[in-house]
Design a protein around this ligand. Structure first.
Ligand SMILES: Nc1ncnc2c1ncn2[C@@H]1O[C@H](COP(=O)(O)OP(=O)(O)OP(=O)(O)O)[C@@H](O)[C@H]1O
Length: 250
């Protein structure tokens, strides 16, 4: 089943064309890595899927519905620096706040909401730290909190913006294992990252983006140097080939 269907999408920001004719389909259980250089439009594409940006052309559907119709139900993990870590709340409240749109701003969370939060914190290994003020968390712990916020929604689609940046190995392993499990549970997942080894390890498909979709294929099939040249302005090196699991590739 196709969960995310991006078709012929163009986005203009401040009069500049940032995305042109972008088509991307993500099925339930698929993990797709959105890869591209700085300024390629990766975050812009995620924001368009969230319904935060108007489309200049094309359409986006999430299981047949528009982004506006599913607002607040997509599990979005923003880049860590985008979150207000100086807000005086603890970990549990920060995750609960992620459910605010679903609960309703003026209503109290119910038992099901609290269970969803507890389960999400358990899955990211943060249950013990649930009373810790978010301002006192390390970078890796913050990343776990952001993932828990998305998980607590129990979404069909998760969008993670640069989740691997600045993580130590244990936290990165926890996150990659969790993403694989979520894929096995049938979630559709899109990750933007500059960490090519992590993306190749966890993603079944890589979508190379540079304003347009340059390529969209399983990591091991992306061995054509010309594709990388068009996406990044650099050739496919031996190191790149090894990363993608083709050490013997030309
Ligand atoms: N609000 C905005 N107004 C005008 N231009 C914008 C806006 N947001 C982003 N852009 C521009 O759109 C382009 C794509 O930005 P975007 O953040 O989507 O890239 P990215 O691929 O996520 O980059 P990075 O890897 O550096 O995070 C950039 O040239 C950026 O300057």
């Amino acid at each position: 089943m196709t969960v995310l269907d991006v078709s012929g999408v163009a986005v203009r920001l401040a009069g500049r064309q940032v995305l042109t004719d972008v088509t991307l389909k993500v099925a339930a259980g698929e993990l797709v890595g959105l890869i591209g250089p700085n300024g390629a439009g990766k975050t812009t594409l995620l924001r368009a899927v969230l319904g935060l940006l108007p489309l200049a052309a094309g359409q986006i559907r999430l299981v047949g519905r528009t982004p506006a119709q599913v607002r607040g139900t997509v599990g979005y993990v923003p880049q860590r620096h985008e979150f207000a870590w100086d807000f005086p709340i603890d970990v549990e409240k920060a995750v609960l706040a992620g459910l605010a749109r679903r609960i309703g701003w003026m209503r109290s969370p119910g038992r099901a909401d609290r269970i969803a939060v507890a389960e999400a914190l358990e899955r990211v290994g943060m249950a013990q730290l649930r009373r810790r003020p978010i301002g006192e968390l390390s970078g890796g712990q913050r990343q776990r909190v952001l993932v828990a916020r998305a998980l607590a929604l129990r979404p069909e689609l998760m969008l993670l913006d640069e989740p691997f940046t600045g993580l130590d190995n244990p936290t990165q392993s926890l996150l990659t294992d969790l993403l694989r499990q979520l894929g096995e549970e049938g979630k559709a997942i899109v990750i933007t990252t500059h960490d090519l080894p992590a993306a190749a390890a966890v993603c079944g498909r890589l979508c190379l983006l540079n304003g347009v979709v340059v390529a969209d294929a399983p990591p091991a099939e992306l061995t054509d140097p010309d594709v990388w040249l068009r996406a990044f302005g650099v050739g496919g090196s031996d190191a790149l080939s090894r990363t993608l699991g083709k050490a013997d590739a030309a």
